[in-house]
Design a protein around this ligand. Structure first.
Ligand SMILES: [Fe+2]
Ligand SMILES: [Fe+2]
Length: 226
């Protein structure tokens, strides 16, 4: 494993997919923050980069899982992986999360009036944003990439990246509203399921955005490289 303090976080996630477990554990964003060095990301969170590198080494070396190197796989396989692993499950999960957020707000809103209505609003807006976003990727951007188009995609990619930033901000807001996904005492089953579902959404969306921002888009824009 060849990771140094000056290695970019997005590059770490690309070269060593299993290391993302450690990044996620320490809340180090590797999707929209992919251009930051590990050192900068650690400093921001008062972490020691050498300790984090050791932890990643443990994670990468302890398992025999052969995670696919998406920077090397054919682009059509990468796109198919994104669609099957992330887009399709999101289509089912987003309405479920929205329904739970609205239900918890409706039933328990008076217990946390500063949190639950705002949470329901953020989840509803994120669902609408992501559904539109995936539609644009599926109907416009991904077909152009598959046709080998590398010039006309510049503008749609910029838009997709801005939308990824917006989704990341919504995830940060959700993390703060849920007090880092700490289930409140006495929470009902729906409330618990909502907190777990939102935490899983965060993990999946970070990886989904990483695959697009740090691997798919640069490869599509520069098909000659790598
Ligand atoms: Fe996507
Ligand atoms: Fe996307």
């Amino acid at each position: 494993m060849n990771i140094e303090a000056q290695t970019h976080v997005g590059e770490i996630a690309t070269l060593y997919p299993l290391a993302t477990r450690v990044l996620a554990r320490h809340q180090i964003g590797y999707c929209c923050e992919g251009g930051t060095t590990l050192e900068e990301a650690c400093q921001k969170r008062s972490l020691d980069s050498a300790t984090i590198i050791e932890e990643m080494r443990g994670e990468v070396e302890k398992t025999n899982d052969s995670e696919t190197r998406w920077d090397q796989a054919p682009l059509d396989e990468l796109i198919n992986h994104i669609l099957v692993t992330y887009h399709e499950p999101l289509r089912e999960e987003l309405p479920r999360l929205e329904a739970m957020a609205l239900r918890v707000e409706h039933v328990h809103g008076d217990k946390m009036p500063a949190i639950l209505p705002e949470l329901a609003r953020v989840v509803t807006a994120l669902k609408a944003e992501l559904e539109q976003h995936m539609m644009k990727e599926e109907q416009i951007l991904f077909p152009l990439v598959l046709q080998g188009e590398s010039v006309m995609i510049d503008c749609p990619i910029k838009v997709m990246e801005q939308e990824h930033d917006s989704a990341s901000q919504a995830l940060q807001k959700l993390r703060s509203l849920t007090n880092e996904y700490t289930v409140p005492e006495g929470a009902c089953n729906t409330w618990r399921a909502l907190w777990h579902g939102l935490a899983a959404l965060e993990t999946d969306l970070h990886h989904h955005i990483h695959l697009e921002n740090n691997i798919l888009f640069p490869r599509a824009l520069n098909p000659g490289a790598a």
